[in-house]
Structure formats: structure tokens, C-alpha cells
Design a protein around this ligand. Structure first.
Ligand code: URA
Length: 233
């Protein structure tokens, strides 16, 4: 990779700012000043500015406990974007693998790896998502087979994929779905005449939201968590 490109990839500097630094002799490669922007950097070249080594940012995988009144967009709109809660370099390169509504809380996965997020969001991959929902009206056991057979959503052709409904009490349920249609959970309960008044995502595939991550907090995923998605067929 060209040295000026390498500087842009590893810092917040623009190409012209990188070139200025190079001209000023402030960049060293393996200890020697290099002024040539087209100098080729290889994996074992140590590039430094002000004696600080520059490191390429690789793929990033993050879990966040999404707080209420934030949005899963990459820019702030009516509410702040969850990305703006991350204090990381090059946050603009990140995207959200599976959005939540502004009033839904819980697990969001954030990455710059498009193939990885595709395995979570593609309907063909049938990656499960587990939610806890609070319902306005009491729910009966008779709803369980309805969700297992698939629900006819308003305005959609065909049924939803079979979903697992567990009733914790008559107003609190755990629902596991295998797709991610627009407002799917709210629409599934609306279709049986109920209303979701609180929604929280606990898990995506094998990745569980860790309990001690408070709303608005985040951490990088472990190798095992990342691979649990990579290894999905
Ligand atoms: N289903 C919904 O209705 N809303 C969400 O935020 C996620 C799933």
C-alpha cells in the first residue's frame, strides 16, 4: 500500500494532510525519514509519526446495549445514532447488523465486516434473534402454536417463519424469531390483537447480551463470538 494511503487508513488525516506531513519530514519508515508519498509500505514496515507507530485497523466487531431513544442509523437524526455512542476511530466505517427501533433496547452488533453482518441479517441464513416483550394485554397459551405455525403480518405475502414463544407471565414473553422483517415483533403481536409496550433484544445467534453491559455501554466481541457467526453455514 502507498505510504500516504497507509497514513489515511491508520489516522483521521486526509490525503492532503498526510502529504504535508510527509513533505515536512515527520514520517519515518523503519527508522528513516520518508518523504515520498508513493513509497510502498509492506506488512513488516514500521511507520511512525512523532515516534508513535501507526497500526492498521482491522475488522471490528462490537456488542452494545442499545439505550432507549437512540437509532440504528449511521447518522444522528431525531435521536442520536448508536454509532455516535462509540468512541472509536473511523466510526463512520461501521454499520449495524440488524436494526432495532428507537424505543427498543438491548443487543446490537456493530461491525465493518459486511460479509459477517450479512450472515446475521440475510433472511436465507435464518439467524435467530431473541426478544423479551412486554404486552399491553394478557396473553394466553393458545398463542404459542400460532407463533410456531407462523403469523400472517399485515401487508405481507405468506406467513412469518415459525417462531418460539415462551410465556413468562401473562404480560411478559420471550420470543425467538428467525428473520428480521420491519417492526416484526410488534407486528406479530398486533396480528393476534395484542400490543408490544416494551421490547428488549437479548441475543442474536449464539451471542448473548452480557448482563453487566449497561445501556449505552459496549465491548469488542471475543473471537469465539465472532466465529459463532462466521461458522454459520
Ligand atoms: N421487532 C420490532 O418490532 N422492533 C424491533 O426493534 C425489533 C424487532
Amino acid at each position: 500500500m502507498r505510504l500516504d494511503k497507509f497514513i489515511c487508513e491508520t489516522t483521521e488525516l486526509t490525503r492532503s494532510q498526510a502529504k504535508k506531513l510527509l513533505k515536512a519530514g515527520e514520517v519515518t519508515c523503519n527508522g528513516a525519514v520518508v518523504k515520498d508519498a508513493s513509497f510502498k509500505v509492506s506488512l513488516d514496515t514500521e511507520v511512525m509519526i512523532d515516534d508513535q507507530p501507526l497500526e492498521l485497523i482491522g475488522d471490528r466487531y462490537i456488542m452494545m446495549n442499545k439505550p432507549m431513544d437512540t437509532i440504528c442509523s449511521t447518522i444522528d437524526e431525531h435521536y442520536p445514532s448508536v454509532i455516535s455512542l462509540l468512541d472509536v476511530p473511523k466510526a463512520e466505517e461501521l454499520h449495524i447488523a440488524g436494526r432495532l427501533d428507537a424505543d427498543t433496547t438491548g443487543l446490537v452488533l456493530i461491525t465493518n465486516d459486511g460479509q459477517w453482518s450479512h450472515k446475521i441479517t440475510s433472511p436465507k441464513k435464518k439467524c435467530c434473534k431473541r426478544y423479551v416483550a412486554e404486552l399491553a394485554d394478557p396473553i394466553e397459551e393458545s398463542a404459542i402454536p400460532l407463533f410456531a405455525e407462523g403469523i400472517q403480518l399485515n401487508g405481507e405475502d405468506g406467513l412469518t417463519l415459525p417462531a418460539e414463544l415462551e410465556i413468562l407471565n401473562e404480560h411478559i414473553v420471550v420470543l425467538t424469531i428467525y428473520e428480521g422483517k420491519y417492526h416484526q415483533v410488534k407486528r406479530m403481536f398486533a396480528a393476534i390483537g395484542n400490543k408490544v409496550i416494551g421490547l428488549h433484544r437479548e441475543a442474536i445467534g449464539q451471542i448473548e447480551l452480557e448482563e453487566d453491559i449497561e445501556p449505552g455501554e459496549w465491548r469488542y466481541l471475543t473471537e469465539e463470538e465472532i466465529n459463532s457467526v462466521h461458522n454459520r453455514t
